[in-house]
Design a protein around this ligand. Structure first.
Ligand SMILES: [Zn+2]
Length: 153
């Protein structure tokens, strides 16, 4: 599952299309929501969490892009990226729910080493699968500025 963000009236090729899979999109949009509360309505912020085609109009898309670029220039995005990674690293492994921590399965699907944890019995929690980095924010900022508005589908 992914989030396709389509430029409404793209000014350049960069503004035509932006795609993140769900893992990348959630933290990115969370960051946008946090820092663009004065630009977006609550409905627009919520709409970004679902791919139901909400339209962010051109002026707002541009304002979001400029705000993100400003935060990048201020090194705020990089700082957040580092804190975010640290917070994820601090989350302990959890017991694998496919093998109940035994590292082995003996069921209708798998017999032998557990494929959920490669036999370790432990795995990283789901919340650690949501990456965030400055580069992704920069790509989205470039897209937003050139998009002439965008639709999240
Ligand atoms: Zn397992």
């Amino acid at each position: 599952m992914g989030f396709d963000v389509m430029g409404h009236e793209p000014k350049t090729e960069k503004g035509e299309y932006f795609r993140n899979n769900v893992w990348w999109w959630r933290p990115l949009w969370g960051y946008v929501a946090k820092h663009c509360q004065d630009i977006l309505t609550e409905k627009q912020i919520k709409g970004g969490c679902f791919n139901d085609g909400i339209l962010i109009p051109g002026r707002k898309a541009r304002a979001i892009g400029l705000r993100l670029r400003f935060l990048i220039d201020q090194k705020e995005v990089k700082k957040f990226e580092n804190e975010y990674k640290k917070a994820l690293d601090a989350i302990p492994d959890e017991t694998c729910d496919l093998c109940y921590g035994t590292g082995r399965r003996d069921d209708e699907h798998v017999k032998g080493e557990c494929n959920g944890c490669e036999g370790k019995g432990k795995k990283r929690p789901w919340s650690c699968s949501y990456p965030f980095n400055e580069e992704n924010v920069r790509e989205f900022a470039d897209f937003a500025i050139e998009s002439g508005g965008f639709r999240i589908c």
